[in-house]
Write a protein that binds this ligand. Structure first.
Ligand SMILES: Cc1cc2nc3c(=O)[nH]c(=O)nc-3n(C[C@H](O)[C@H](O)[C@H](O)COP(=O)(O)OP(=O)(O)OC[C@H]3O[C@@H](n4cnc5c(N)ncnc54)[C@H](O)[C@@H]3O)c2cc1C
Length: 419
């Protein structure tokens, strides 16, 4: 059984605790009000939308695209605080198309990664976006890692990952001549792509289908519109007002938030649940010098250690032919801080490696301080909360899973908001 969307019990505004079931009243207007859905095509101005998506990363753009393809008559806007799209997590990652091997069977991550990888390959083929299905080895170098490697292999098979094999030393050498290991999982389905390019292509599809992208729009407030009968004789058509840091506004009926490193803050400012909180983890990469790139053919990963979050430092080929090593995981001092405060890896940088870029992961933490493993989607209750769907935790492999996540969000928006 695949789980449904995972919601945290809604916690918006005055209805806190008084509305079991979170989303159950979504789409219903407040007593005495009527908020009909605008089915009449594009708005006269780009400032009023049926649906607004906050966040122009790969998850927001994929979701906006899925929504407009499914509901071409609706006006849909994407609000992004930067002047360019997809420059945070989406533009700072390993670029791996994950196969789905790692994730707990039946979890959203397992399901959406396996589906999402297939969809990303198909999408890239359709759009002529370069990718390489270069495969991956997960290598055990110590005897004690072998039981964990075998368990991971079984998990991958349970998740339906294609083509998995357990291979021994000789076969590791055939695949990766410079890699030493006792046993490995050979995962030929893993690939690489430039996710920013994919995200920008989603944005293009969205705009070509009639969607609006507003950049330089940093959302600062989300609130209910004051009564304004002149807007519509049936009441307020666009009851939610979203204001940016410059005091500009858009109005809309429904909101989907995909704010990555700021997903907790956006939820909080809409009056919804501040938990789970986001903890930023910076990951630094090293880059192999070009003359040493022959050392690595495909992705090479360690056996993950459950005592640590994330998948471990790995070698990853990039679409430009370079080879990255990383990312490590250190608590970041700033959500979008890509420069290390103190870089301690200097000693290990010899002639084959130079320092590379960094990324910051948005990782959700629950109230007890535990890392939240699965993807989390959240709604709320009350006048605003009933009209919002928040993407609260979309760490790796959310880039791989973006098209699958977007399908799920479109289903949920359609059902909850009765589109
Ligand atoms: C180091 C690293 C390595 C990774 N490797 C992989 C990998 O190999 N494969 C994989 O599948 N995934 C990987 N991931 C995970 C993947 O990159 C993310 O899961 C994915 O990019 C999340 O996309 P997003 O749209 O949710 O977030 P983002 O790309 O961060 O987008 C969020 C957007 O919201 C905007 N925003 C925030 N606040 C506001 C506001 N107030 N108003 C308006 N806009 C706002 C931001 O500016 C940003 O553009 C990695 C991540 C990192 C950091």
């Amino acid at each position: 059984m695949v789980p449904a969307l995972r919601y945290i019990r809604g916690a918006c505004g005055p209805a806190l605790g008084g509305f079991p079931g979170g989303f159950s009243s979504a789409g219903r207007p407040a007593p005495g009000r009527s908020w009909p859905l605008c089915q009449g095509g594009r708005p006269a101005s780009t400032r009023s939308f049926d649906v607004v998506v906050i966040g122009g990363g790969i998850v927001g753009l994929a979701s906006a695209r899925a929504l407009i393809l499914r509901h071409p008559a609706l006006s849909i806007g994407v609000l992004e605080k930067e002047k360019d799209l997809a420059i945070h997590q989406t533009g700072h990652n390993s670029g791996v198309i994950h196969s789905g091997i790692y994730y707990k069977p039946e979890s959203l991550k397992a399901k959406l990664c396996v589906q999402g990888a297939a969809l990303i390959y198909e999408y890239c083929k359709q759009k002529g976006i370069s990718y390489k299905q270069c495969g991956k080895l997960i290598v055990a170098v110590e005897q004690e890692e072998i039981p964990r490697l075998q368990a991971l292999y079984e998990r991958g098979r349970q998740n339906g990952v294609q083509g998995l094999r357990l291979i021994q030393q000789e076969d590791i050498k055939k695949k990766e001549p410079y890699c030493r290991g006792l046993m490995a999982i050979d995962c030929p389905y893993t690939g690489i792509v430039d996710y920013r390019q994919v995200a920008l292509s989603f944005a293009k599809d969205f705009q070509e289908a009639g969607g609006f992208v507003l950049t330089n729009f940093e959302v600062k407030d989300i609130e209910l519109a004051k009564e304004n009968p002149s807007r519509s004789k049936d009441g307020m058509k666009y009851p939610i007002v979203i204001r940016n840091t410059k005091g500009e506004e858009v109005q809309c009926q429904y909101v989907v938030t995909c704010a990555g490193l700021y997903s907790d803050r956006i939820s909080e400012l809409s009056g919804c649940n501040p938990d789970p909180r986001i903890v930023p983890f910076r990951g630094d990469y090293l880059i192999l010098k070009p003359e040493k790139c022959y050392l690595v053919k495909g992705n090479i990963y360690p056996v993950p250690d459950s005592r640590f979050p994330f998948l471990g430092v790995h070698f990853t080929p990039r679409m430009d032919g370079s080879i990255w090593l990383g990312p490590n995981a250190v608590l970041a001092f700033k959500r979008e801080g890509y420069r290390p405060f103190d870089f301690s890896a200097r000693d290990i940088m010899d002639v084959i490696i130079k320092r590379g870029p960094a990324g910051v992961r948005a990782q959700a933490l629950d109230r007890d301080g535990n890392l939240v493993e699965d993807f989390v989607f959240d709604g709320g209750v009350g006048d605003i909360g009933n009209r919002i769907l928040h993407v609260r935790n979309a760490p790796s492999p959310a880039a791989t899973s973006s098209l699958a996540i977007s399908g799920m969000i479109a289903d949920e928006v359609q059902q909850r908001f009765k589109l």
